[in-house]
Unconditional design. Structure first.
Length: 398
């Protein structure tokens, strides 16, 4: 009986242990299932977040790519509309052969310009044509048309040309309002760097620089600064806004290497309009250097400053007045100049000075009565001479 009771108690204990173990197994399985469900839920949320991020990135990239494509297409269309108005400007002039050669030679120049009227007016850089004997305009179709200089502004570095023949049947570019060009605006340049015509470079307006400022605004000279690539041959190239309007004419670059370094300057379209189109413009045809100090004393100047003539362009005011260019190459204080030419002391009653008297002389000649003569006082071979030219012939150039 005792053994039976002991056996019965053991059986009961084993049954309770098995029931407890079974209960614990159920609880453990339930907990594992809950953990798995939690992990799956978290993984699903993470996957959904990653999917959302990927979709957002795809949408942003699509919008950005579409914007780039839209801008590229806009630039492409504007370029197609204006490219035929952009020309290559080729010049030729007689000058002294480079050292150590002797005598005279033919010097060729290359730049760019833009047709601004259907009657054959072309804007370009003044330093390209101011002392050129001959100027040829090359259009996009290969047509070559001779032209002559109508007016130059040395300070603004812009010149106005007139075609001597019938202009090709191309649409002229529109001269825009450069005052509306703000720093940061997108622009593009079309020209002939190194003679490669119809080359487009794009950039932004990097700044606006005023060379001089008058209270009435009539003689203010302003330049646009740009980071667009500008190289040799781009002088005179038009700068366009995205509406296809000319807002600047390329003048020069600042560079240590001699090539483009993202620092270029262009005379504004409003400056070009004011000095060449709205006021009487003319062309002196003189390439000269200001002399003062010890050099002025050595050349027996009767005043502190004079303009030593280096070259004179055929057909210009100076050429018709009989002004003589230099004939002897020399090196003075590290600068190469040509001696032997006339030294201009004054034009009418305006003496040559070192403080931008060019602009005052231009303004005085432009406002001169057509019945009066233009009198140029020069020193030639130690003698002071007065050369006269009728102002009506200056007016007839235009």
């Amino acid at each position: 009986a005792q053994r039976a009771n002991v056996q019965k108690a053991r059986s009961k204990r084993d049954r309770l242990r098995r029931e407890r173990e079974a209960s614990e197994d159920l609880l453990s399985k339930g907990s594992s299932t809950t953990k798995e469900q939690t992990l799956l839920s978290r993984r699903s949320a993470k996957d959904n977040a990653l999917t959302t991020i990927k979709l957002s990135v795809i949408v942003l990239l699509s919008v950005y790519t579409f914007g780039i494509q839209a801008k590229g297409q806009q630039l492409r269309e504007v370029f197609r509309n204006v490219q035929q108005a952009v020309v290559v400007v080729r010049t030729e002039q007689k000058g002294l052969a480079p050292f150590p050669l002797q005598g005279k030679t033919s010097l060729k120049g290359l730049g760019s310009g833009v047709l601004i009227s259907n009657d054959g007016k072309v804007l370009t850089a003044a330093h390209l044509v101011d002392s050129a004997d001959r100027t040829i305009i090359e259009f996009s179709g290969g047509e070559l048309v001779p032209a002559h200089v109508v007016g130059c502004s040395i300070s603004a570095d812009v010149a106005l040309l007139q075609l001597d023949g019938e202009p090709p049947n191309y649409i002229a570019a529109k001269l825009g309002n450069s005052d509306s060009a703000e720093v940061g605006d997108e622009i593009f340049v079309v020209g002939a760097p190194y003679g490669i015509s119809r080359t487009l470079t794009a950039g932004h307006v990097s700044g606006r620089r005023i060379l001089n400022s008058e209270t009435d605004g009539t003689r203010t000279i302003e330049f646009l600064q740009t980071d667009a690539a500008i190289n040799t041959g781009n002088s005179g190239s038009p700068i366009f806004n995205l509406n296809g309007e000319v807002v600047g004419i390329v003048s020069n670059i600042m560079s240590r290497s001699g090539g483009s370094e993202g620092l270029a300057f262009a005379s504004t379209s409003n400056t070009a309009r004011r000095v060449l189109l709205e006021h009487k413009s003319f062309w002196t045809g003189i390439d000269g250097v200001l002399i003062e100090g010890n050099l002025a004393k050595a050349l027996n100047l009767t005043q502190p400053v004079g303009l030593l003539v280096q070259r004179v362009a055929e057909g210009s005011i100076a050429w018709r007045a009989g002004i003589r260019p230099g004939s002897l190459r020399a090196n003075v204080e590290g600068e190469e100049i040509v001696l032997g030419g006339d030294i201009i002391l004054r034009v009418n009653d305006i003496a040559i000075r070192s403080d931008a008297s060019y602009d005052q002389i231009y303004e005085r000649i432009g406002s001169n009565n057509s019945q009066q003569n233009l009198v140029i006082t020069v020193i030639r071979e130690g003698q002071t001479l007065k050369l006269a030219i009728n102002n009506s012939s200056i007016a007839s150039d235009k």
